[in-house]
Design a protein around this ligand. Structure first.
Ligand code: UDP
Ligand code: MG
Length: 317
């Protein structure tokens, strides 16, 4: 039996503080897996520098210089965000001829020991995608825990598929990567795209730790934008919601009309200044909200039709 070549793909944005430690930990893990005949000796660690400004790329180059067989790098010409950087790395791994790629964050919050089971599920149980799922969210703040829960509920209610408590820690086989390469959309939301690919999948449970060095690159603003990105790039339900709102507002209008006509006949017509003002403002509000949501989709269509490249790779080895 030939052993699978497994690539570890890590998007990095200003991660110079902890990258050396991450490289050491992963090197140990890879060597351990090679030693017990779990993966091929040609397996590699691929760092994707997402336009960092803090010497992350210098460090990646240094690592490559020290061990070019083990450490590879991809440098994006500009900061394009976690999802695009990850996609760039996965596609590079595919081009390099890997049998499977494991994506994980550069801050080692995801327990690397879960990799053993991921590889096992891939090579023995023939899973094409293995999701790393958090067994508990106890270490998260109350806000993060509940906002995540709410997001998964809304996402599912919108009719999109997702794996709850799974971020971007997963193994994808070559076949799954080839399928992923067929997705040409600019608005990347891998947590939604990957479950929609299909194939046999598996799950591995792990406890997510705290960031080992540096700060989170996902402040609240980015997190909200990410959640909205996920919903609007996977569901058209908000549009249906707008239609529903429109119907309700028409119904209210009709009831008001009936009331107005009725009051004329009953001789107690009041000069309906209040109700007129209320309806103007309410309908105005509905229209603006609706247009905002429609605009969100129009914006996406606009971006997609331009077929802009997601990124340009400056250097790769
Ligand atoms: N990241 C990236 N580009 C960005 C933001 C983040 O490549 O624009 C990387 C980052 O270096 C890390 C991963 O995405 O490896 C997850 O980011 P982070 O750990 O800051 O997110 P959190 O764990 O706080 O949600
Ligand atoms: Mg993190």
């Amino acid at each position: 039996m030939t052993l699978p070549v497994v690539y570890f793909v890590l998007p990095c944005y200003n991660e110079s503080e902890g990258l050396r430690h991450t490289a050491d930990v992963l090197k140990k893990k890879i060597n351990q897996l090679i030693a017990c005949d779990g993966i091929s000796g040609k397996s590699r660690i691929l760092f994707v520098d997402d336009g960092s400004k803090d010497g992350t790329w210098d460090l990646i180059q240094q690592l490559h210089y020290e061990d070019d067989a083990l450490f590879g790098g991809v440098k994006l010409a500009h900061n394009r965000g976690h999802q695009s950087a990850l996609y760039a790395g996965l596609m590079q791994a595919l081009r390099d001829g890997c049998d499977a790629a494991i994506s994980m964050d550069a801050d080692l919050q995801d327990d690397v020991n879960a990799v053993d089971e991921m590889v096992k599920k891939f090579s023995q149980e023939h899973c094409e995608i293995v999701y790393g799922v958090r067994s508990s969210r106890e270490k998260d703040s109350w806000f993060k825990r509940n906002s995540a829960l709410m997001f998964y509920r809304v996402f599912e209610w919108m009719g999109a598929e997702t794996v709850p408590n799974h971020a971007d820690y997963r193994l994808m086989s070559r076949l799954a990567l080839e399928a992923l390469s067929e997705y040409h959309e600019v608005n990347l939301f891998l947590r939604g795209i990957v479950p929609s690919i299909g194939f046999k999948t598996g799950k591995v449970y792990y406890v997510r730790g705290v960031r080992e060095a540096g700060e989170s690159k996902y402040p609240l603003k980015k997190m909200i934008a990410f959640a909205l990105e996920g919903i609007t790039s996977f569901s058209t339900k908000p549009l249906k919601f707008v239609t529903g709102l429109g119907v309700i507002s028409i119904l209210i209008g009709l009831i008001m009309l009936a009331y107005a006509i009725g009051s004329v006949f009953m001789n107690h017509a009041v000069v309906g200044w209040g109700s007129v003002m209320c309806s103007i403002w309410l309908i105005g509000g509905f229209l603006m909200v609706s247009m905002g949501i429609v605009g969100e989709y129009v914006g996406k269509i606009y971006l997609e039709t331009k077929h802009r490249p997601r990124y340009y790779i400056e250097t790769a080895f």
